[in-house]
Design a binder for this molecule. Structure first.
Ligand SMILES: N[C@@H](CCC(=O)N[C@@H](CS)C(=O)NCC(=O)O)C(=O)O
Length: 252
């Protein structure tokens, strides 16, 4: 029986794990309150609701029960609302593994590559909420913020170049998941929502679009997350850092 208790989702709009949780709730037809937190204070708010150390978004409450992080949220949504399962048999276990992989390596890479590209094109930060590129004063402000995110996420030019080298094998792996029926089928799975949200963030980086073109990652990103404001024009990363071909064999 679905819960009769109030469901609340705490998010920051550009966050891809938040997009994952929201898409899963909407797919399941759950009525919920969406609480958009303030960028300056969200960590403290999250900690108050979700407990010491739990400063990241998303979080979901069911009644007064706190559920923190996207994987736990999807699992709980599926338990409360079993119709249209997010981990459908016979591939449920493999979907879970693909979801956990996406929640780790792929999710972090999405964060680093988008914040990474923005340092080279800081005026594009203005497009984050669907707006226009920033003016010079706005760009000065954005540069400070972006510099802070590089420090926080341990981004460096060397790390970005390594991430860009690794990315084709990850995108090929996602193609492999589609071939095994874990994503990109008639009914979305938890892996669709996890991988699709990160792939949507990757698509905001113009330099990465040729690599993603025609892949399962691109299909599920645009299918489940058609609208996402950010647009970082191609040419942000030095040309020879970017690999725009998939490896010959997919490692699913
Ligand atoms: N793997 C976690 C990651 C959550 C996460 O790191 N969220 C980011 C936003 S995309 C965040 O809140 N970062 C703030 C921080 O690290 O303090 C999930 O999927 O819930």
């Amino acid at each position: 029986m679905p819960t009769a208790e109030k469901v609340t989702l705490h998010v920051l709009p550009p966050s891809h794990p938040c997009m994952t949780a929201r898409a899963a709730l909407e797919y399941k037809g759950v009525e919920f309150e969406l609480v958009t937190l303030d960028f300056a204070t969200f960590g403290d708010t999250m900690e108050q609701v979700y407990g010491p150390g739990n400063r990241t978004v998303p979080g979901m409450t069911i009644g007064d029960q706190p559920i923190h992080k996207s994987v736990a949220i999807l699992e709980r949504i599926d338990r409360e609302y079993p119709e249209n399962p997010l981990y459908p048999e016979p591939v449920g276990e493999a979907v879970r593994e693909a979801e956990l992989w996406a929640n780790g390596d792929l999710q972090d890479l999405g964060r680093r590559l988008s914040w990474g590209a923005l340092r080279f094109r800081p005026e594009a930060a203005g497009t984050m909420a669907g707006g226009q590129p920033l003016d010079p004063a706005g760009t000065d402000y954005a540069m400070k913020l972006i510099h802070g995110t590089w420090k926080y996420h341990g981004i460096s030019a060397v790390r970005l170049a390594d991430d860009l080298k690794l990315l084709p094998s990850l995108i090929a792996r996602v193609d492999g998941f589609a071939e095994r029926g874990l994503i990109d089928g008639n009914q979305p799975t938890a892996a669709d929502f996890q991988i699709g949200a990160t792939a949507r963030v990757l698509l905001t980086v113009g330099d990465l679009r040729p690599l993603l073109d025609g892949t399962a990652a691109e299909r599920i990103a645009l299918r489940f997350f058609p609208d996402y404001g950010l647009d970082i024009p191609a040419g942000a990363f030095p040309e020879d850092w970017v690999v725009d071909e998939l490896p010959a064999t997919a490692d699913g």
